[in-house]
Design a protein around this ligand. Sequence first.
Ligand code: URA
Length: 242
Amino acid sequence: MDARRAAILEAMGIDRFVARAPLVEPLSSPSASVQSTGPVVAPATPSGVDDLDVASLDWDALAGQVATCTRCALAAGRSQSVFGGGDRAARWMIVGEGPGAEEDRAGEPFLGSAGQLLDSMLQAIGLRRPQVYMANILKCRAPGNRDPHPAEARCCMPFLQRQIELVDPGLILCLGRIAAHSLLGVETPLGQLRGRVHELKPLGRKVVVTYHPGYLLRTPGEKRKVWADLQLAMETARGQRA
Ligand code: URA
């Protein structure tokens, strides 16, 4: 491990030995450990909520729809929607939960302390923010940063699905329980979603789940597990494209 990476891991609060001895079970090859988790959109969808057809939209048209979206009540409370940002041809896509107050003001994802920790996590695996694409399940801030209601997440899902199609990433790193449940269409506890590679159907993308940086700020003891998740993500991303 070089000195720079060691310093970044130290800043994340990760003991160096963890890189050599991850706490999760030993990993098989990504292809062998892929688990199919079914369709992206949860089957129990109220009629009319997820039927938005954005499949043919390009980036500008999609961003325009998100900017003017009024599909759910969150539109009324936003300063602006937060579409996503970064490299639109990235190999890595990061999926979070939704904008907070800072993101709502600035219109950019992952600002503030959670965003800084996410930057450190990415740096630890040799990535910088402009090299990935970041988006959220929700494009509008939920009041008081409460958890999104399932119907709100479903309203937003066609936008995220189209972003995934357009980016065409080799690996999606999904941050936290809310994002994982919405994206994968499951209700499995986060601890059981970690440590394996999920396949997102029908888009056919590989997804690795880890803790949300906001949760890590409150529970720094879990950072070591995140380092193991990042290693799985790197291994998976390497297997996707030469
Ligand atoms: N900011 C985001 O954009 N997403 C999150 O999930 C948290 C903070």
